[in-house]
Design a protein around this ligand. Structure first.
Ligand SMILES: [Fe+2]
Length: 109
């Protein structure tokens, strides 16, 4: 039965969610992940001061993790029949997370 349903894709009879609404929510999640990648990457580059090498590594690690999340969310949108929105135009408006540049390590953290 599972083999027979493989070709029906991600939306099976057992899928009871509103697909359009799910895709809209996932588009917001996708934008949030992208903004987090940008913020963590910027922090990794800009971090300066005592122990900044360790902090830079930490920010880079977070950016890598967020990239993994971004990829999974984008794949899921695609599976559901949507097109992942990677358009930078309006990205900050779609994101639930803000892009804020910290002036120092404490603000970045
Ligand atoms: Fe994330």
């Amino acid at each position: 039965m599972a083999r027979a349903n493989l070709e029906s894709g991600a939306i099976t009879p057992a899928y009871h969610a509103d697909v359009k609404q799910t895709i809209e929510i996932l588009q917001s999640v996708l934008a949030t992940e992208i903004v987090c990648i940008l913020r963590y990457t910027m922090n990794a580059v800009a971090a300066a001061g005592l122990s900044s090498d360790a902090v830079k590594e930490e920010f880079d690690q977070h950016a890598d993790e967020e990239r993994g999340h971004m990829r999974k969310v984008a794949e899921r949108i695609n599976q559901l029949g949507g097109t992942p929105n990677f358009n930078p135009e309006g990205l900050a408006m779609r994101s639930a997370s803000q892009y804020v540049e910290g002036a120092n390590l404490v603000e970045m953290i």
